[in-house]
Design a protein around this ligand. Structure first.
Ligand code: UD1
Ligand code: CA
Length: 475
């Protein structure tokens, strides 16, 4: 048997009213990237033959993210369909009919607000679509390969702690999924059903639009519900099956509270993964990862560290507490923090040290270089083993443009130096503390630029005496 083709529809046209936001719901981020990007990444792992995203009018940012993840096997961008007006999930699928023209494989419909669903779970759904729904009964197949026992629809189900607003899966006495009822339309008995609709459905593509054709909007929301496809399939005598997943994976995000809950779930997973791969997290619950954070072996991360997108950490790095790190690379054996901030383009060399209240942006810190306290290093190169004193500032911005500071290997920058870029400090040069350096300094030179020190003998004592005299007079 040849492998069955797979098409994936991602529904993301909903306004997300409950988010109370100016942005599209699908653009709200989890672990450093928009929800829709999470969905698209899982979809890509299935290597589908077609992917169609259904978005709302004016959701250009959503379309952009979809396209970013949109390399179909033949290299064409995936189609993005605009659904307008929005009349429900079945209506959204119908909007993609043209984009699916001529397709007769399995169609997986995913919701853009169920961002954490895993590729493995989706694969299990596709497998269930090929298998007899009731293996105990065996299956009989006709010439097309259809079987009354082979499901026309496979629904992803779960048992949430609080079924709240999820659709309930009504399963008949023979174990067949009979229909899905939305909470608003459910009877008290139906509301008591613990098994809910996670919001992913797999269809036999050949029959999909036939099932949708009969769906009406005679329900509480006056919408065309995709979930009604189950009852439609049952009316045709076709089986419908359920694949179950964990709540943490399939919780829907409709509000800020649910977004926060999903963030917690994804963070738990990322923490567990970091630990499993050989990192020490001193207090895992307080470390915040990005979807793409990469930690080497024997990395130690202290409490309250936040990783933004694009961070790579080499083996044996120590990141102490309260660091904020984004778009940065940290090489083997480096020590960062506590209280360090690494911004995009920071590249910390092997065994380098970045201490408290040091900010590094778009700068390379060479092997074994040190910036241990209170410094700003931006748009710069710091050579190997150079030492950046406390309070050093690279003055990279003149109000118009950014300029580069080049600090040679082994240079010693005294405390509270302002290096006015563009400027070059030669290898092994020494900069006197408190200097404002606006001209290049040669290798092995000493440069300082500060007012000469004066000392006035006895001045302090005289001033104190004068002050006392004044106080007596005032009494
Ligand atoms: C939906 C399901 C419910 C399930 C829940 C899981 C239906 C009718 N209900 O409810 O059974 O338990 O998800 O989270 O499907 N969308 C469009 N166009 C539309 C309407 C919605 O593209 O016209 C998209 C939304 O952007 C969203 C998804 O479809 O990504 C689901 O829509 P939403 O309104 O959030 O449905 P729920 O009420 O959460
Ligand atoms: Ca939803």
């Amino acid at each position: 048997m040849t492998k069955r083709k797979i098409a994936v529809l991602v529904l993301a046209a909903g306004e997300g009213k409950r988010m109370k936001s100016a942005r599209a719901k699908a653009m709200h981020p989890l672990a450093g990237r928009p929800m829709i990007a999470h969905v698209m990444a899982s979809v890509a792992r299935l290597k589908p033959d077609r992917v169609v995203a259904v978005i709302g009018r004016g959701m250009d940012d959503v379309a952009r993210v979809v396209r970013m993840h949109a390399t179909s096997r033949d290299g064409h961008p995936h189609p993005v369909v605009v659904q307008h007006p929005r009349l429900g999930t079945a209506h959204a699928v119908r909007a993609a009919k043209k984009a699916l023209a001529g397709f007769a494989g399995a169609v997986l419909v995913l919701y853009g607000d169920t961002p954490l669903v895993r590729a493995a779970t989706l694969r299990a759904m596709l497998k269930a679509l090929r298998a007899p729904a009731r293996p105990d009964r065996g299956a009989t197949f006709n010439a097309r390969g259809d079987s009354p026992a082979r499901p026309a629809v496979v629904v992803l189900g779960f048992r949430p702690a609080d079924p709240a607003a999820y659709g309930r899966l009504v399963v008949g006495p023979d174990g067949n999924l009979e229909r899905i009822v939305e909470t608003r339309d459910a009877s008290p008995a139906e509301r008591a059903i613990p098994l809910c609709n996670a919001g992913a459905m797999a269809f036999d593509g050949a029959g999909l639009f036939g099932l949708l054709a009969g769906i009406k909007n005679d329900n509480a929301k006056r919408e065309y519900y995709l979930t009604d496809a189950v009852a439609a399939a049952r009316r045709l005598g076709r089986a419908c099956a359920v694949v179950e997943a964990d709540e943490a994976e399939v919780m829907g995000v409709n509000s800020r509270a649910e977004l926060a809950r999903a963030e917690r779930a994804v963070q738990q997973e990322l923490r567990a993964r970091a630990l499993a791969r050989g990192a020490t997290l001193r207090d895992p619950e307080t470390v915040w990862f990005s979807f793409d954070t990469r930690l080497g072996r024997d990395v130690t991360v202290g409490p309250n560290v936040v990783f933004g997108p694009g961070v790579r950490v080499g083996d044996e790095v120590e990141i102490r507490g309260f660091c904020h790190i984004e778009g940065a690379t940290i090489a083997r054996g480096a020590v960062v923090g506590p209280f360090a901030r690494l911004r995009p383009g920071a590249r910390i060399g092997p065994n380098a040290h970045v201490g408290n209240f040091v900010e590094i942006k778009n700068a390379v810190l060479g092997s074994g270089a040190k910036a241990n306290h209170l410094a700003y290093i931006g748009d710069a190169r710091v050579g190997a083993k150079a030492n950046i004193g406390a309070g050093t500032i690279t003055c990279n911005y003149d109000g118009v443009a950014k300029h580069f500071t080049d600090i040679g290997a082994g240079a010693f920058i005294g405390s509270n130096a302002a290096l006015v870029a563009p400027v070059k400090i030669g290898a092994r040069a020494i900069i006197g503390a408190g200097s404002v350096i606006a001209k290049n300094v040669g290798a092995d030179a000493l440069a300082f630029a500060r007012a000469k020190q004066r000392e006035v003998k006895g001045w302090a004592a005289r001033r104190r005496r004068a002050a006392k005299g004044n106080k007596k007079k005032m009494r």
